[in-house]
Design a protein around this ligand. Structure first.
Ligand SMILES: NC(=O)c1ccc[n+]([C@@H]2O[C@H](COP(=O)([O-])OP(=O)(O)OC[C@H]3O[C@@H](n4cnc5c(N)ncnc54)[C@H](O)[C@@H]3O)[C@@H](O)[C@H]2O)c1
Length: 385
């Protein structure tokens, strides 16, 4: 078994999940013959750094991420810090020639994503676009690329999230421009844009509008609490970026579509849903029912529900037979496997999503931001923002 030293920056939700994913790789991807070794982790919050060493099992822990990047025993790096740090840390990793797996949206805006993509030229990268790897999404993509839905005429993708629907949800870094950049456009439209690119093809034009629904929230300290912790009766601060946005889309292949993203709706909790319509058929998927998708055919009206099975994506790596549920964390294991396969130069496992994919998604997000500001359609620009 080859050993690869893992470095991790940022020990929140994603940092813990990347750690679990690396640990599952030897079992789920045995053909890689690799054992990721938890080598060095960093978080500015000292208790989280200590947690990395004492609970997660990293050999070394620090509060300065540079110690991780400079560690000669670290072969690959996971970047799971807030968006405002993506550029600085990714450029530092690239300078040291260390392959990195970075969380979306990859920087504060498309200009930062472009800087990261340029710095990482020739380097193996992977991006946290985990929803791509749901076997049902892989199945729908295969139907589209195989022409079984006919010519794709329209697509609809929503990410309706209720995790900040309660105004007592803390004013974490996500609600502040300095740390997050845009709100749900960067956070959730980046996932939507990537899914649409992956399944349907490039988006070329966007017309968007957005709103802040809860203008104030109780102030929180960086590195405390969980993803969307509640705070009772704390001091309030302003929400600086959008809670909800809707967009019309045009695709390079001639299709039209819509996207909607929210962190404040009441009802859906992680309502990422994709609908793809073609001249011969259509397919729909909803992450809250991740393990199945629905399929319709022009000549057989109605829907067939397709359950997870071994013919869909990486399903067979996880489950022995049809209809046995996979979970969100498994998608991160697929991401880790594809990343390490690319690092090791092993083929036949499938490509990871890369910073080039992140740049393509970031340009759609930028067009949505521009359109929501100007009130006009905005082109998805090829050039540096
Ligand atoms: N792929 C997905 O589905 C998904 C889901 C959630 C978050 N994310 C992305 O992952 C990233 C992290 O999100 P999260 O939910 O884990 O956030 P989080 O707030 O739970 O954790 C972030 C951690 O980074 C630490 N940190 C802050 N500054 C640091 C620095 N200079 N050096 C080292 N550590 C630092 C914080 O103390 C905190 O522990 C974000 O970019 C977010 O957009 C992706």
């Amino acid at each position: 078994m080859r050993r690869l030293g893992v470095g991790l920056v940022g020990l929140g939700w994603m940092g813990s999940l990347h750690t679990k994913a690396y640990q599952a790789v030897p079992t789920v991807f045995p053909e890689l013959a690799v054992r990721p070794v938890l080598t060095h982790a960093a978080d500015t919050a000292p208790d989280r750094a200590a947690h990395a060493r004492d609970v997660l099992g990293y050999a070394k822990a620090d509060t300065d991420y540079r110690a991780v990047l400079d560690d000669p025993d670290v072969d690959v790096v996971s970047i799971c810090a807030p968006n405002a740090l993506h550029r600085e840390i990714a450029l530092a990793a690239a300078e040291r020639g260390k392959p990195f797996w970075i969380e979306k949206p990859v920087g504060l805006d498309s200009g930062e994503t472009a800087d990261i993509a340029a710095a990482a030229t020739g380097l193996v990268t992977s991006v946290g676009f985990n929803y791509r790897w749901a076997p049902a999404v892989q199945g729908i993509r295969d139907l589209v690329t195989g022409g079984e839905l006919g010519r794709i005429t329209s697509a609809r993708c929503v990410f309706l999230n209720g995790q900040a629907a309660d105004p007592r949800v803390a004013l974490s870094w996500r609600f502040q421009r300095e740390f997050a950049g845009s709100g749900v456009l960067g956070d959730l439209l980046s996932h939507v844009a990537d899914l649409l690119h992956y399944v349907v093809g490039p988006v070329t034009e966007v017309s968007a509008t957005s709103a802040i629904v809860h203008t104030q929230r109780p102030i929180a300290q960086m590195g405390t609490g969980t993803h969307f912790s509640l705070i009772e009766g704390g001091e309030l601060g302003p929400v600086e970026n959008e809670d909800h946005a809707v967009a019309l889309l045009r695709f390079a292949g001639g299709a039209i579509g819509t996207a909607e993203v929210s962190r404040v709706v009441v009802g859906p909790q992680c309502g990422l849903a994709l609908e793809v319509y073609g001249t011969e058929g259509s397919a729909t998927w909803d992450f809250e029912r991740m393990n199945e998708f629905r399929l319709s055919n022009l000549r057989a009206p109605g829907y067939t529900t397709v359950l997870g099975h071994g013919g869909l994506g990486d399903y067979a790596r996880f489950q022995p037979g049809p209809g046995v549920a996979m979970g969100y964390d498994d998608l991160k294991v697929i991401e880790a496997g594809r990343f390490l396969a690319a690092v090791l130069g092993v083929t036949g496992i499938g490509e990871p999503s890369t910073v080039a994919d992140a740049l393509a998604a970031a340009r759609v997000v930028q067009a949505a931001v521009d359109s929501a500001t100007s009130g006009s359609w905005a082109q998805v620009k090829e050039t540096h923002a």
